[in-house]
Design a binder for this molecule. Structure first.
Ligand code: PLP
Length: 448
């Protein structure tokens, strides 16, 4: 796999005179036809043309190191030959055959995911997105438990449908919520902004557990269907609870028969390095697990895995026209096979640790970075006003622009838009980790 483009010099700059004209024209057309709220990164948005490995090129010929992998969607690599070949082969046979017919690629994918999930006696429902995966998980949990009461974590993000907006704890994602679910938000996901943040790990977890017990008595009738949680909050800025946190929470849930749904849309498939799933840092097995984003390396795919009795609690037809189509399943099968056979989880641990070690001294010495958090190839920096934890989204925006000027693409996020997120494709090499760290540190120095 070559990482250079003949049209681009060693510094990543187009040799032909670069022109913004095509990008500007595309931007004007985008603004005219797309919704106002469909926001774009950067003062001067980037129009991507193609990618290879951990790099992408814009239509002006500039090459960038992609430290966000799309939106954690490019899990293995851009244009991974194995995935491209599988998709091309399947495209030549049949693109779509609907859930009404048997299909080998789809069944193979479901079998693979059921086995990887760690959930016993598992069945899999495939969807075209994470939102629909969570929607289906909520449907299963509420049907199984015959309750419309749900616990979700503060600072959570689970999608953009009525029901998933209803369990998302970010006002910026909630234009309205007419969800029929009765949602109660639990403490603990976002430690930096929790009233218990000064407490050491064990006491922090105990305080959140005590709060959950009180919520059960004060805010619910007791027969809550499920608690849905991201093991590391994604859109919420890679907020990471202490190891074992959800183990302690689940003990309370188990006392009441409440199901635990692990939303692994961002944390799955080994990205967190030490574990294949985020839930494994907590010594538990979830009752339901949802996934999307990286599973298809950018192809539209998501789904739910759960014990058969929970999946089959839905007593009605519940099909998804495009969920797990042959085309998407063929790509996802190749992608997951590659990730497991090449131990990308191990690579995420090695390169993630290397990246963290390179960034940590500067993070410690920079008064406007409150903390670096996350694990493996899922790392975030939270920008604040020095001397406290007041969010500083302007500084985060400046840092993101400074990184882009150095041809490094990183993600933004967090409740206040003040968190920078790093989540490169999981085939990241050590040299690329070093290069990304150097570019980011240079950007931090430039922002000052
Ligand atoms: N759950 C989590 C944790 C997510 O991060 C996202 C998307 O960012 C979703 C669910 C929704 O997935 P999608 O955008 O594919 O609908």
């Amino acid at each position: 796999m070559t990482l250079t483009d003949p049209a681009v010099d060693a510094a990543g700059t187009a040799q032909a005179p670069s022109s913004r004209a095509r990008t500007e024209e595309l931007l004007a057309r985008h603004r005219a036809v797309m919704p106002r709220w469909q926001s774009l990164y950067y003062d001067e948005p980037v129009a991507l043309s193609h990618g290879e490995g951990r790099h992408v090129w814009d239509i002006e010929g500039t090459r960038y190191l992609d430290f966000f992998g799309g939106i954690l969607t490019t899990m293995t690599a851009h244009a991974l030959p194995e995935v491209t070949a599988a998709v091309q082969e399947q495209a030549g046979k049949i693109l779509h055959s609907s859930t009404l017919y048997l299909n080998e690629q789809t069944v193979e994918l479901a079998e693979r995911i059921a086995e990887l999930s760690g959930i016993p006696d598992a069945k899999v429902f495939l969807t075209p997105s994470g939102t629909e995966a969570n929607d289906a998980a909520l449907l299963m949990a509420t049907a199984y438990r015959r309750s419309n009461q749900v616990f979700a974590m503060r600072n959570s993000y689970h999608g953009r449908s009525f029901s998933t907006i209803g369990i998302t704890s970010h006002r910026s994602w909630s234009p309205t919520s007419y969800s029929g679910l009765q949602t109660t938000y639990v403490q603990g996901g976002y430690r930096l902004r929790s009233p218990f943040r000064e407490l050491p790990d064990g006491e922090y977890t105990a305080a959140c557990v005590a709060d959950l017990r009180q919520l059960l008595d004060m805010a619910t009738s007791g027969d809550v269907a499920c608690l849905i949680a991201e093991p590391i909050q994604g859109v919420g800025g890679f907020a990471t609870p202490p190891d074992g946190f959800f183990g302690a929470i689940k003990e309370v849930l188990d006392e009441h028969g409440i199901l635990f749904v692990s939303d692994e849309v961002q944390t799955g498939w080994g990205r967190t390095g030490e574990h294949f799933w985020g839930y494994q840092a907590h010594g538990i097995t979830p009752d339901l697990l949802t996934f999307a984003k990286g599973v298809g390396n950018g192809l539209p795919l998501g789904g739910v895995v759960a014990r058969a009795e929970i999946v089959d609690a839905i007593q009605a037809n519940h099909i998804s026209t495009f969920g797990g189509s042959p085309l998407v399943s063929a790509g996802a099968n190749a992608n997951l096979r590659y990730a497991v056979e090449h131990d990308l989880q191990g690579n995420a641990k090695r390169t993630g640790d290397r990246l963290r070690a390179a960034l940590q001294p500067t993070v410690d010495a920079t008064p406007w970075i409150a903390e670096m958090r996350g694990r493996g190839l899922m790392l975030a920096l939270e920008c604040v006003h020095p001397g406290g934890i007041d969010p500083d989204p302007a500084r985060a925006a400046a840092l993101s622009e400074a990184a882009k000027a150095r041809h490094l693409l990183i993600g933004k996020g967090g409740l206040y838009g003040n968190v920078l997120r790093i989540a490169p494709p999981m085939t990241l090499t050590e040299d690329e980790a070093d290069e990304g760290a150097r570019l980011l540190l240079d950007a931090v120095a430039a922002v000052g």
